[in-house]
Design a protein around this ligand. Structure first.
Ligand code: FAD
Length: 304
């Protein structure tokens, strides 16, 4: 446990959090309460997703703007190539730079008919994530993250072809990658071995999804080609009507996953928060992350 004790005690752990732009006022309250809870853990950055086909364009923008204006967090804006011409995308990118955003997550996105449908580039648009990365870098020196797939993208014929595509994104200027979520750490280790063997050296941060709702997450997993080990399903079996226990189990499962990664020398984690703070806060706590004394006092005031 050499890595674990060193990493957890010396403050070597870095985290980032992903949020999605809220649709309703109630969801907006939930998001900002979650940001309030997670902010004192000092994430490297927080990212805000971009809805399919640009459906959340304004909401992504206003969430990013509010993060900039009301917190000292560094926002990363997701952007996809779907359904928008280059000139319009370029305008979005320039606008982000002008308001002070310095970090983007560049994605292709999916066909409007759903994740499984064959993808056709939008006429006049960026053709894929690599093309978008190049477009962003032409406009301004943003830090750019891209997606990586330890279990390969469902539309990639092989893991090798998928790593070729990651290489293309790096050649276009990508600085770092965040992985699709996975539950079997072996999958991640094997992927990293292959990626490093190919001479790819950029940081690749594992994406971790806490299981707030097993059925929902298993459903996401099926669509994204993520392997759901049988033992994982068994752990949540019969807890449908036990939300508190389900959450305790989810925290235990995620803690086991990240601590095992720490033992293997991983120190950076990206959390898919689904805009909820509790599980992520618990996992980060186990990773040794703490608010400062002053922040704890402030939180205590809010709670009491
Ligand atoms: P790309 O890297 O462009 O590649 C996708 C697939 O196409 C790969 O299989 C690749 O091999 C293949 N491919 C690419 N170029 C070519 C080519 N020239 N010829 C042949 N094959 C090619 N979606 C959203 O809508 N909004 C979000 O905010 C969002 N955030 C995400 C964040 C993360 C960390 C991750 C992992 C995914 C996110 N997604 C998001 C989902 C993402 O848009 C989908 O997974 C999409 O299907 C692929 O996007 P990509 O950027 O990986 O595409």
């Amino acid at each position: 446990d050499h890595h674990r004790s060193r990493a957890l005690c010396d403050g070597d752990i870095n985290v980032s959090f992903e949020f999605f732009p809220p649709k309703t006022e109630k969801m907006e309250k939930t998001l900002w309460s979650s940001i309030g809870t997670l902010c004192p853990l000092h994430p490297n950055f927080v990212s805000v997703t971009y809805g399919a086909g640009g459906s959340t364009r304004e909401r992504t923008h206003s969430t990013i703007e509010r993060v900039l204006n009301e917190t000292d967090l560094k926002p990363a804006a997701h952007l996809t190539c779907v359904g928008t011409k280059k000139e319009e995308i370029d305008e979005i990118i320039r606008d982000y730079w002008e308001i002070g955003v310095r970090h983007m997550v560049a994605l292709r996105g999916d066909a409007p008919d759903g994740v499984g449908a064959p993808y056709e580039p939008t006429p006049g648009g960026y053709v894929n994530a690599a093309d978008l990365v190049a477009g962003i870098k032409r406009i301004a020196p943003f830090e750019v993250h891209v997606a990586a797939y330890p279990e390969k993208h469902p539309q990639s014929p092989t893991v090798e072809a998928d790593i070729d595509n990651l290489q293309a994104k790096i050649d276009a200027g990508a600085d770092a990658a965040i992985t699709q979520f996975f539950f079997d750490n072996e999958v991640f280790y094997r992927y990293m071995e292959k990626v490093r063997a190919r001479g790819i050296t950029i940081p690749i941060t594992p994406g971790i999804i806490p299981i707030h709702n097993f059925k929902q997450v298993a459903n996401f997993a099926t669509r994204s080609g993520t392997y759901v080990p049988e033992w994982l399903g068994q752990r949540f079996e019969g807890l449908e009507n036990h939300p508190v226990t389900q959450n305790l189990v989810a925290a235990a499962v995620a803690a086991e996953q990240v601590l095992e990664l720490v033992d293997q020398g991983i120190t950076d984690f990206h959390f898919y928060t689904l805009n909820r703070a509790e599980l992520v806060y618990a996992i980060c706590h186990l990773l040794g992350l703490r608010p400062t004394a002053a922040e704890q006092e402030k939180q205590a005031e809010v709670v009491s």
